[in-house]
Design a protein around this ligand. Sequence first.
Ligand code: DX5
Ligand code: ZN
Length: 226
Amino acid sequence: MEITPSILTADFCRLGETIDEAIEAGIGWLHMDVMDGNWVVNRTITFGPALIKSVRERVGPAVFIDCHLMITNAEEAWEQYANAGANMVIAHIEAVEDFPKLISDLHGSGVQSGCVINPDTPIDGLLPFLTELDLVLVMSVVPGKGGQSFIPQVEGKVRSLREAIDSQIENGGRETKLMIDGGIKDHNAALVSEWGIDIAVVGSGLINNQGSIRENLESITKSLEM
Ligand code: DX5
Ligand code: ZN
C-alpha cells in the first residue's frame, strides 16, 4: 500500500522544505487538499492553483500530484489545476452534477480522474462510471481539516469497492485505484491495507512534531510489514 502525504498540517510558511523532506524520505505522490471556504462544513480555505503550480515547479515532473477538490465548482475549476500541473483531479460525487462529463473532460486533457465519496455517501452513485475512473477515494473523516479521528464504519464500502474493482480488472477493465483519506496512522494502516486499499493519504500521521517525515513514514511502513 502506497502512502501519500496531505500537507494540511504542515507549517505553510515552510511548505517547500516540508515537501522536499517528504520526497527525500521516498514519497513519490503528493495529495493536495484544495478547499474553497464554501464546500466543506467548517468553511476552511486552504490553497488554489497558484500553490499547485509552485509545487510542480519545485518537485519537477516525476512526482505525482493529485488535487482533492473540496470546492463548489469542480466542473469548471478542474482546468486550472490541470494547467497548474496536477496529474489527477479528485472531485466529490456530492458536489458534481455530471460526473461522466467531468471524467471525459479530464481525460480529454490528459489528466487522470478520481471520484471521492464522503463517509456517509453510498457507493451506488459511482458504480455506473467506475470503469472510467482512474481512482476512487473513500473519505474516512468528514472533509475539512487534518488531524481528525478515523471512521472505521467505512470498511463495508471499501470492501465492496475492492470487490467491484477486482471483478472489473478480471474482465479486462481499467485498473482503478482505491484510496482512503483521513485519520490514517501507524496503528490502522495495516487494517485498511487488509481491506484492499491501494493508496492511503496520511496528513498528521506523517507531518507532525512527534517525529520527522522519514521516521513517521518508517513506522507506518513497518506496521504494514508485520
Ligand atoms: C481532510 C483532507 C484529508 C486530511 C488528512 O479534508 O481531505 O486529506 O488532510 O489528514 P489526516 O491524515 O491528519 O486525517
Ligand atoms: Zn484529502
